[in-house]
Design a protein around this ligand. Structure first.
Ligand SMILES: [Fe+2]
Length: 247
């Protein structure tokens, strides 16, 4: 009996390791996780990116049930609906960035579901198990220069998140002048879309839809926003910053 449990445990461990390797390979080439490809290397459609950690990895800031419902129901729902909308609008070979750049030309279903797929993927990736980390290196310098200090940046970003009316997102972006900006968008819009006033490369995304926090925090969005700072993956934000500076 004990032997069979040990074998099962070992198999589960190997399976979990295989999933992690698969994700790490995708993470090395971020944009590929969004797409499927044909034998000729051309994009054939959209893929649903893996969650980069276990459902309980963000506790206590975000509880396991919220992450599982958010990822497996809401995020997956946007992906599933995008697959249908992309087929109806002949968008299966296009990248999300291409779609966002002229999203005003497409039906609402494309705008909402392409945004939903992309925004949530950034959100999961810019969080990690709590380590109490802060920005460092060039990103920390840029935050201090632009906002005065890390605390002042947190205050500005937090205000954008807390005061966003209804459902939407708070963002830290790098605009076309290579300046950091704090912005917010409604619904599933994002700063890459042609319909948005303040455009730029998304560096940090915070989902302030009620489905992101209601189970644990109920109506206390401010507490969810405060807890978010304990799980920000600053390494990933710094990677996006370096990538955006280089474009
Ligand atoms: Fe969400």
């Amino acid at each position: 009996m004990k032997k069979s449990i040990a074998i099962f445990g070992f198999a589960a461990l190997m399976f979990s390791a295989a999933i992690q390797v698969s994700y790490a390979q995708k993470a090395g080439t971020k944009t590929q996780a969004f797409y499927t490809y044909g034998a000729d290397g051309k994009r054939t459609g959209f893929a649903f990116p893996a969650l980069p950690y276990a459902y309980n990895a963000l506790q206590p800031a975000i509880d396991s049930l919220t992450v599982s419902i958010h990822y497996d129901k809401h995020h997956r729902g946007y992906f599933t609906k995008l697959v249908v909308a992309a087929k109806e609008n002949n968008l299966e070979g296009k990248s999300l960035e291409e779609i966002f750049a002229s999203v005003s030309k497409y039906p609402e279903a494309v705008r909402n579901n392409a945004g939903g797929l992309y925004n949530h993927t950034l959100y999961w990736e810019n969080m990690a198990p709590p380590k109490g980390s802060k920005p460092s290196g060039k990103l920390a310098e840029a935050i201090n220069k632009r906002f005065g200090s890390y605390d002042k940046f947190r205050e500005q970003f937090g205000n954008a998140a807390k005061t966003k009316f209804g459902s939407g997102w708070a963002w830290l972006i790098l605009d076309k002048n290579k300046e950091l900006q704090v912005t917010s968008t409604s619904n599933q819009d994002n700063p890459l879309m042609d319909v948005v006033d303040q455009k730029g490369a998304p560096l940090l995304a915070l989902d302030v839809w009620e489905h992101a926090y209601y189970l644990k925090y109920q109506n206390k969005r401010a507490d969810y926003v405060e807890a978010f700072w304990t799980i920000v993956n600053w390494d990933e934000v710094a990677r996006r910053y370096a990538e955006a500076l280089g474009k």
